[in-house]
Design a protein around this ligand. Sequence first.
Ligand SMILES: [Zn+2]
Length: 413
Amino acid sequence: MKYLLKGGRVWSEGVGEVRDLCLEDGKVVAGFTESAADRVIDVSGKEIFPGFIDLHCHLREPGFSSKETVKTGTLAAAKGGFTTVLSMPNTQPVLDNTWEMENYLRYLEDNTVVRVLPVAPLTKGRAGKELADLGSLAKLGIKFASDDGNDITNVALMRSALAYATDHGYTVLSHAEELALADGYLHAGYLTRDQGIPGISSSSESIAVARNLLLAGEVGAKIHLCHLSAKESVALLKLAKELGIQASAEVTPHHLYFADTEIQAFDTSYKVNPPIREEEDRLALREALKAGLIGAIATDHAPHTEKEKGQSLAAAPFGISSIEIAASVVNTIFADPALIYQRLSKGPSQIIGESHELKPGELADVVVFDPEVSFTVNKEKWVSKGKNSPYFTKQLKGRVVLTFRGGQIVYEQ
Ligand SMILES: [Zn+2]
């Protein structure tokens, strides 16, 4: 198929310029005439980005297909403009050996709508006791490792994990959490004080951020900090970069959008780990994102069933389902297409060591975004199986209207 996207602002190699974009046989090409195109699409007034890359999502298979499947999760990703997603290894079983990982890679071929890059666990069973066989998994092309959902409590084992992962070319995705300080349901702040709810302190994150950054620096590891939520963590990231530690970081749409003053204490759709923190944290995250200290927005898309989230605040699992509206949330906050390009496309592609531009010869992973349209987030139209989203009924501005993966349309509004 030959597509001609006409009159949009195309973002590539650091700039956005209004021009036509031609796609042919799965690639971006220099150009052809309108009459040569199979389909001409008028995208005037729209922003055209290289497909978004989500460094952090949970597709739930194998083991938890009542929450999400590879099919539903990647359909939701395509709706959100994501053409590549990294899937976290908190599955059942944990894919910590080559046999199971090979099976999963074959399963992906038949079931996924966008590119999925599986993340290997750092430890066997994500149990934090014994290192997973990262050497063998690397031979299957796996490049990222994480025990996401858990940190590794044993500091010596964490250092070994970072060193071993580095020997095999991995980037470690760090879920930084000091468990001894994280025994709660919401950010330890006015909500938990007022209501007597057990709280999760900012130090539960920032102490672990400091620890993991120092260990990474010591062994020369490439470390990527997942879902930063606290202003102290942002300051530590800045210090680490000054010290020459190879660190990068992500922030989620919900940590950018919400502050704890805006959430309902007993509405479990806001229960997420790390928790939504204070106004000062939100401001620090927004500033770090704009400055490029935090290089990527990642969703931490964490779908759950309504039954699970319908339990008490104490019993309900942590997590927010958001992959299909991430760019809308970002646009609503910042109204800045350059920032969307930098932090949803370019930044994450750099973190995974890829080039990802809309120039001739590159894969046609393309997202068309309408920055002006306003809409109400509607549960009835939600694609993900996980209906656990605090955004329902919220008014957002800007939405993805068209997504190409390798020159094929995988979402069209
Ligand atoms: Zn995590």
